[in-house]
Design a protein around this ligand. Structure first.
Ligand SMILES: [Zn+2]
Ligand SMILES: [Zn+2]
Length: 160
């Protein structure tokens, strides 16, 4: 994912890449990245430094942490990174007349990985007693009794 810089050019430089996910070396626990990552954006000339702004579109497959269903999702990850020929805290160093986006794209994909994988934000999960997928409807089990956090409270109430 290399952008070649043209010394005389001060205009924004659009870029577009398709990079096979298995070549990007993005492995994250529990997630399989599918097919190609599509990277689109523009390189902005900052009078010496450059800024790369764009978005990565990538497909991924995972099991929902709550209902264990297999899910495929396409995600869009926006990124913005400064590139400089001089070392600095807020930019990525580059030399010569080439800017390589590979590392930035990889870092942004990994940083966008959520801590928990859910098929949807409000997934109800599985019933702890009968195993039914509660997204498909109530099963009728009384789940409050088996939840250890509640059973402690119930014990206190009995002692009264
Ligand atoms: Zn789920
Ligand atoms: Zn149940």
């Amino acid at each position: 994912m290399i952008i070649r810089l043209n010394a005389g050019n001060k205009e924004d430089l659009p870029f577009s890449f398709a990079m096979p996910c298995d070549k990007l070396d993005i492995s994250s626990k529990g997630t399989i990245y599918l097919g190609n990552a599509i990277i689109e954006g523009k390189l902005i000339f900052l009078g010496g430094d450059y800024a790369a702004e764009g978005k990565v579109t990538v497909g991924k497959r995972f099991l929902c942490d709550r209902c264990l269903k297999e899910v495929e999702k396409k995600v869009h990850i926006h990124f913005s990174e400064k590139f400089s020929r001089e070392e600095s805290d807020d930019s990525t160093l580059f030399t010569g007349d080439e800017i390589d986006l590979t590392e930035v794209v990889r870092d942004n994909i990994l940083a966008a990985e959520p801590i928990s994988h859910l098929c949807k934000e409000d997934c109800k999960g599985l019933c702890k007693i009968c195993g039914k997928d509660l997204n498909e409807g109530e099963c009728g089990c009384d789940r409050h009794i088996v939840d250890p956090r509640f059973s402690i409270l119930q014990d206190y109430r009995i002692d009264d």
